[in-house]
Design a protein around this ligand. Sequence first.
Ligand code: IPE
Ligand code: IPE
Ligand code: MG
Length: 244
Amino acid sequence: MLSLDLLKIPNHIAVIMDGNGRWAKSQGKDRLFGHAAGVEAVRDTLKAAKEFGVKYLTLYAFSTENWSRPQAEIDGLMDLLIDAITSELDSLENNGVRLLTIGDINGLPENCRKGMENAIEKTKENKGITLILALNYSARIEITKAVQSILLNEKNISIESITPELISKHLFTKNIPDPELLIRTSGENRVSNFMLWQIAYTELHFARIYWPEFRREHFIAAIEDYQNRERRFGKISEQIHPII
Ligand code: IPE
Ligand code: IPE
Ligand code: MG
């Protein structure tokens, strides 16, 4: 029996997909084998998210810091990205998935950028679920660019007009609600420069499992964990559940 309360499904779930390299090592394989295996976990997670009515699923796929990895791994990851988006495009189109990206996709190799732009264009009318890939993403750069964008684009800017709402409107995630739940796999308990602004009140779930092994049951467990939290937003418990 499904243990989830279908009326309390998060609207937006974000995932730091971590542990591909360590999983591959545990199998006696090279790191790229782990990244390739991670694609299956993406498929499974997207399917489950759609099934449960999650509206936005954000996946952290490549950080700006990841450019510091060995060149062969970076090249392999970029090839995998373009292969995955090309081979999955039909399925995204037919399953009502709208694709978006956050991060600086102009910094990706030309074929990756074009593949992403093509997939975004082809899926833009889809209404089922929005899949957001964080690519060449850094939260600090996102916030920095937001400040630059305000100075560049907002007319007659005054000190008082700079508000959290205005900053939100200049982030990569403008028009996307903040995630209620952030999952990180692999047992690392850190956020690694991911959505620092947007996760101010997000519930965090750290799964010990490596990303290539992450499946529907782990996704359900994360949502179940979320559903057992009391989200107080600064209030006290009695205000959330008044005794009448
Ligand atoms: C996550 O897995 C994928 C990316 C960062 C691209 P890792 O490649 O970080 O795997 P570990 O953390 O080294 O095991
Ligand atoms: C975070 O994982 C980035 C992605 C999942 C894309 P990393 O493996 O790069 O994070 P750190 O370096 O261990 O913090
Ligand atoms: Mg890692």
